[in-house]
Design a protein around this ligand. Structure first.
Ligand SMILES: C[S@@+](CC[C@H](N)C(=O)[O-])C[C@H]1O[C@@H](n2cnc3c(N)ncnc32)[C@H](O)[C@@H]1O
Length: 184
């Protein structure tokens, strides 16, 4: 998010076809809730296209990358590595420490799909549970990002894109960005 070190989400374990929708939602959630980039391990070109299309329509900045070899990214990350897992430390016990580190350093947030290889647990600076109950990578990511940014991501400013949604009590209003000149 503008004004803070990078937050990158690494999505592991994508199975083409079967995981397309979940992987797309990991990317859209990362974008909407303040991350700067998602790296998807594996052949997820369909998800990449959908996330890029949403960024083109509704703004960014937000980057999507596909990677066949995610281990170097994890190993060489010059910042904090957070792996989200139901087996991890409670988010409420470690969030302050992670927030403090993020004032100076980029954060890599790793989420899985099926079983995550054990070296990821070892490589992580923090294995973090959003509750210690099994649920979903999309839910875990959303709650973690909201805690990391302490809610500031909800006021994030968007750049570029074609349209903006105007919040309304009822109904739907989407306006071209050029009609908002001076109001953003
Ligand atoms: C279907 S779950 C797999 C559950 C897996 N046994 C695990 O290690 O959490 C897919 C992904 O969702 C995320 N996830 C599931 N439950 C979570 C929780 N309670 N806290 C944080 N992340 C969670 C993890 O990133 C996990 O890799």
């Amino acid at each position: 998010m503008q004004g803070s070190p990078e937050v990158c989400v690494l999505r592991l374990g994508h199975r083409p076809g079967r995981d397309n929708r979940m992987t797309t939602h990991v990317g859209l959630t990362a974008r909407a809730l303040g991350a700067d980039r998602v790296v998807i391990a594996g052949n997820a070109s369909k998800s990449k296209g959908t996330i890029e299309d949403i960024t083109a329509r509704f703004g960014g900045p937000f980057e999507v990358e596909l990677s066949d070899s995610w281990r170097p990214l994890l190993r060489d990350w010059s910042g904090v590595v957070v792996h989200l897992t139901m087996y991890g430390e409670r988010v409420q016990d470690v969030e302050e420490e992670i927030r403090a580190a993020h004032r100076a350093d980029p954060v890599l947030v790793v989420v899985g799909s099926q079983k995550v290889p054990f070296d990821v647990y070892d490589a992580a600076d923090y294995n973090v549970g959003v509750t210690n109950q099994p649920h979903s990578e999309v839910a875990g990511l959303a709650v973690f990002l909201d805690h990391l940014f302490d809610g500031r991501e909800l006021d994030r400013e968007w750049e570029g894109g074609e349209s903006r949604v105007l919040p309304m009590e009822t109904g739907k209003r989407v306006v071209p960005v050029e009609d908002l000149d001076g109001e953003e």
